[in-house]
Design a protein around this ligand. Structure first.
Ligand code: AMP
Length: 414
């Protein structure tokens, strides 16, 4: 026997209950988002690598280390999408969506790819549900987007969910603050972790994320971006908070909230769940008013979020969705009735009911066992002497005309 081939590391098959749970989550997300005016979008699984290099940021881990890239014959480099925002911004530009009423609100549920070290809650192919609202910088768009994600967690019964909220200000404020923070880090370089020092030029904000005790001590006195916000950014942030307060959503202000992707401006937020282990982030997002310009469009504001499907389901308490009930199982007592049974099951399905028929060549006894196992509500048995129909709930069995089976299972006994 040749060696068995297994699924790649960090990927998994989605089976049975897990698949049902996903279907359920997708329905819940669709209801919540489409009620708020979001439309579904699907973008390709791979995009020009350049899109992510420019849109997500050259200095990010995602772009530096985690993308699965490949080259086409003409030398163009493509990448399996590591995230959804840059592709959707590309689609917004490509389809001239600026001509639509703004903001354009789009949602997706798709798989993403990052070459990360696999562990619980962290995979190389994972799924995200996400939402993007492009074309308005109104704080109400931020607040609405955040509320919708909170609503999704509530509807899924996610446990121990907390919201952290921050603001990164405008690109100008961020640049000025970055210089200030870099000077501070250089002045304290002796006490910092070597990897933090190595990133002072490229990504000084990540110093707030470090676990290294010396770094953490230094960072307690570091200048805070929230204190450096320009007046309009401060007002924007206050307006977002006021709307969340009005909607009764609890949050904590986190002045050190840094997200892994470079494109965020102004509002940033992250939901965590106590029910998750080390990977406690369940979802998050923020405003990306500079992103569309980065990828070659006109200055266009936007905000969005993404949340991992696997992590939502790890924390969800909502009852696992059940497989749809089987209305009718069609069994046949002799092989000569096999085609009629096959035909009856197909007709019943076309009429909108769930119907199964024997596909494995089992004996009648074996078929009835299958019907039982499937939890069929009715079982029809086609034999040479006629058709009998059994109501599995009451145990009542009658001889019927084959043509009336559909009527019986819809309306009960005639
Ligand atoms: P990000 O796009 O990095 O902001 O991630 C948003 C959300 O996607 C996270 O809060 C997680 O729920 C999920 N996520 C990100 N990376 C992974 C991964 N490698 N495996 C599983 N879920 C992930």
């Amino acid at each position: 026997m040749s060696a068995r081939i297994q699924a790649p590391r960090g990927t998994s098959d989605v089976l049975e209950e897990a698949a049902l749970a996903r279907t359920h989550l997708e329905g819940v997300a669709r209801d919540i988002l489409e009620r708020a005016g979001y439309h579904r979008i699907e973008t390709p699984t791979f995009e020009a690598t350049e899109l992510f290099a420019r849109g997500v940021g050259e200095s990010t881990d995602v772009v530096q280390k985690e993308m699965y890239t490949f080259a086409e014959a003409d030398g163009t480099s493509y990448a399996l999408r590591p995230e959804g925002t840059a592709p959707i911004c590309r689609a917004y530009l490509e389809h001239g969506m600026h001509k639509l009423p703004q903001p354009v609100k789009l949602w997706y549920l798709s798989s993403f790819f990052r070459r990360e070290r696999p562990q619980k809650g962290r995979y190389r192919q994972f799924w995200q549900v996400g939402a993007e609202a492009i074309g308005s910088d109104d704080p109400a768009v931020d607040a609405e987007a955040i509320l919708l994600l909170a609503e999704l967690y509530e509807a899924m019964g996610c446990r121990g969910v907390r919201l952290r909220l921050g603001s990164l200000g405008s690109p100008e404020t961020r640049r000025a603050y970055r210089v200030q923070l870099q000077a501070f880090l250089r002045a304290h370089a002796d006490a910092l972790a070597p990897e933090v020092v190595a990133r002072i030029d490229l990504n000084p904000l990540r110093a707030f994320d470090a676990d290294h005790p010396g770094t953490r001590r230094v960072m307690q006195d570091a200048p805070r971006l929230l204190d450096a916000l320009a007046d309009d950014d401060r007002e924007h942030f206050a307006a977002v908070r006021a709307l969340l307060d009005a909607a009764g959503l609890a949050y904590e202000i986190d002045p050190t909230l840094v997200r892994g992707l470079d494109y965020y401006t102004r509002t940033v937020f992250e939901f965590t769940s106590d029910a998750l282990g080390a990977q406690s982030g369940i979802g998050g997002g923020g405003r990306y008013d500079g992103l569309i310009e980065q990828i070659g469009g006109p200055a266009t504001p936007g905000i969005g979020w993404a949340s991992g499907i696997e992590r939502i389901l790890m924390t969800a308490t909502a009852a696992p969705a059940a497989a749809p009930p089987v209305d009718l199982f069609v069994a046949y007592a002799t092989p000569s009735r096999r085609a009629s049974a096959f035909r009856l099951a197909a007709d019943v399905r076309r009429a909108g009911h769930a119907a199964r028929v024997e596909l494995g060549g089992r004996s009648l006894k074996g078929q009835l066992r299958q019907a039982d196992r499937a939890g069929a509500r009715f079982v029809a048995i086609l034999g040479d002497e006629g058709t009998s129909l059994k109501d599995m709930e009451t145990g009542e069995q009658r001889t019927v005309e084959a043509a009336t089976v559909m009527h019986h299972i819809t309306h009960g006994w005639l």
